[in-house]
Design a protein around this ligand. Sequence first.
Ligand code: NAI
Length: 463
Amino acid sequence: MSTKERTDSDLVVLGGGPAGYSAALRASQLGLSVTLIEADKIGGTCLHRGCIPTKALLHVAEVADAARRSEAIGVLSSFTGIDAVKVGEFRDNIVARLYQGVTSLIKSAGVEVISGNGRLVGPRTIAVAGRTVTGRFVVIATGATSKTIPGIELGPRIITSDLALQTSISPRRAIVLGGGVIGVEFASIWASFGAEVTIIEALPRLVASEDTWSSTQLERAFKRRGIAVHTEAKVDSVQESSSGVTIDLSTGNSVEADVLLVAAGRVPRSVGLGLEEHGARLDRGFVATDDRLRTNIEGVYALGDLVAGPQLAHRGFQHGIFVAEEIAGRHPVGVPDHLFPRVTYSHPEIASVGLDEASARRTYGDITTGVYDFAGNGKSQILRTAGGIKVIQAGTAASPGPVVGVHMVGERASELIGEAQMTVAWEALPEEVAHFIHAHPTQNEAFGEAMLAIAGRPLHSHR
Ligand code: NAI
């Protein structure tokens, strides 16, 4: 990089979602001057159209289910319906509070924020809002957007998650096209709100990126909840009218509903940013980087959903911190993609970290697996949740290796994945974790029991 080049900031960040704003915050903590360019609102998809508003709706769904089930445990209440306006207020207040928090963090960190659509016009220069800003380093973190399916035009009744969230839509009958994370979360919300829900998935199982055990657990639970699931189903045609949507499937089935949610994946937002014009290499739309998140343009990094891998907000946060520390000369340690914990916040929840059984077998050959069923866990019984914890260990009883994967299905599994992440990332042996103490009665005990069981000394489990 030319040392004579005049720069406006040490770091210019394009995109203020979790990846971009955490790069900006960390860089400014490390003494760098930072300019952050955002076309919409700081917080990005996660805060405004993703993680936070969906989880607010999922909490409402949980309360609706609790009301429905309350009489069975002696609390005399009943579920009579959803007040969409109040739900919307609840969701929006949470988003607004967090938005205020993050904007004030950015402000007090001294980050210069420019509103507008930025575009690379020089190797490290971005044009935005009628001016140009040149950085010693540039970070591109423009995220991803919903994928559309050829032949299925979006319309008032054919929507993506953006609209499903914004309008507090509460359909009577809903079709969800795509049984991945977004699909099963919305199917779960709408079923809890009282809708008849059908999921259509092209692959043989729901949440196909998870361990097959987790998919089976979820499919069983969804069946009990009355959610219809068509797997290995291709769409032949879709008709939208003023009163509804009809979808014809390759299986010969046809399904009608008020709303069709297209949840078929998210594509990186890499077009129109001037990346290719300046020599950046793209791969299926994702910006290609090395393992230090460097693109092939000198001084330009790409992070978050723009880089192929799990599209998770906490991966974005970690990428942002990593790159800020990297350019500040701190030599940070990277986190491989399989060590990011993954959570699907449906009812029941799915949480996992590390390898699934098939990948572990491919990687290690000999592996040992065990499942601890929540049926043996007191707190899970109190919460009336089915499910359990599956542990995958490299090696055999004769030659035990570390825990390389943990998969959980059940209520509040999201709150249990932290210890599992640490166990897998630390490459701990089950025996090393098994002697740690878990408070009784907690669901967390199930993790301890799973470790005891796989270490060959089960306490509360049937063998
Ligand atoms: P996804 O890739 O998880 O699932 C999309 C599903 O749609 C796949 O199973 C695919 O086989 C299916 N599909 C695609 N085209 C189809 C067609 N024509 N007919 C039938 N099925 C079809 O993508 P999703 O659910 O849209 O989520 C996007 C990203 O956002 C994911 O990477 C996800 O991890 C992330 N996300 C994470 C959340 C979380 O961490 N809780 C919440 C929501 C999204």
